[in-house]
Design a binder for this molecule. Structure first.
Ligand code: PEP
Length: 253
């Protein structure tokens, strides 16, 4: 079944980039992607301020555009927030929800992440739902329990393999240069797929892409992205340099 899942390499730029460097990086990726047909999907998720100019630069390119968050409501009195419909309107195909930095910095619960994922799917976007244990939870042997409960609490039952991507991102691996072993990553991904099967059905779960995220770089990408239940990567730091991001994508082929 794995061969039916086309790798997705998603770059999360987080709160980095002004117009000039964001557009420069985008243009470099457009050029690489246009050189020949690639066996992977490439997605960039710039900060909200860059969505419009990056969307304009991407016009007609195979590189996809995603946002880093959305509000659970379609519109209304929510100062500073952006709805999924607005993201769709500007040219996004994906939105990340429940990134651990939002779960921590903005106290987002599984319930809140679930509501955002529902809003994203209703707006016609693919929700990239992030899950992952903290270092303390891992040290306490609770990785499986935490990840299972996050998947059950955050993934809408109406999701399918087109409207949903899961990103497994151990919190302790994000931006630290540390990663779980390949065997540990595969074990958690297989558990996520099994959990997902109970929620959205076995056939959909078998086709849903589960990305690994947490210190993916050009050196470790081949091993991590080559695992049977790993269908691409959610890449932070290494997505800020077009060559490094491309090298990660290249490793998924
Ligand atoms: C992320 O923020 O989603 C991430 C995985 O970051 P990094 O690749 O820098 O660890």
């Amino acid at each position: 079944m794995a061969q039916t899942r086309r790798p997705l390499i998603a770059g999360n730029w987080k709160m980095n980039g002004l117009t000039s460097d964001g557009i420069e990086r985008t243009r470099a990726l457009i050029e690489k992607m246009a050189a020949k047909a690639q066996p992977f999907d490439l997605l960039i998720c710039p900060p909200a301020t860059l969505l419009a100019p990056v969307a304009a630069a991407l016009n007609g390119s195979a590189v996809r555009l995603g946002a880093q968050d959305c509000h659970a409501k379609a519109s209304g009195a929510h100062t500073g927030d952006i709805s999924a419909a607005m993201l769709k309107d500007i040219g996004c195909s994906h939105v990340i929800v429940g990134h651990s930095e939002r779960r921590a910095d903005h106290h987002e619960s599984d319930h809140a992440v679930h509501a955002k994922a529902v809003a994203a799917i209703e707006a016609g976007l693919t929700a990239i739902v992030c899950v992952g244990e903290t270092e303390a939870q891992r040290d306490a042997g609770k990785t499986a329990e935490v990840v299972t409960s996050q998947v059950l609490g955050s993934v809408p039952a109406r999701a399918n393999h087109e409207s949903l991507v899961i990103a497994y991102e151990p919190v302790w691996a994000i931006g630290t240069g540390k990663t779980p072993t390949a065997a540990e990553v595969q074990e958690v991904h297989a558990l996520i797929r099994e959990t997902l099967a109970g929620q959205i059905g076995e056939a959909e779960a078998a086709q849903t892409r589960i990305l690994y995220g947490g210190s993916v770089n050009p050196k470790n990408a081949k091993e991590l992205l080559g695992l049977p239940d790993v269908d691409g990567g959610l890449v932070g730091g290494a997505s800020l340099k077009a060559d490094d991001f491309w090298a990660v994508a290249d490793a998924s082929r």
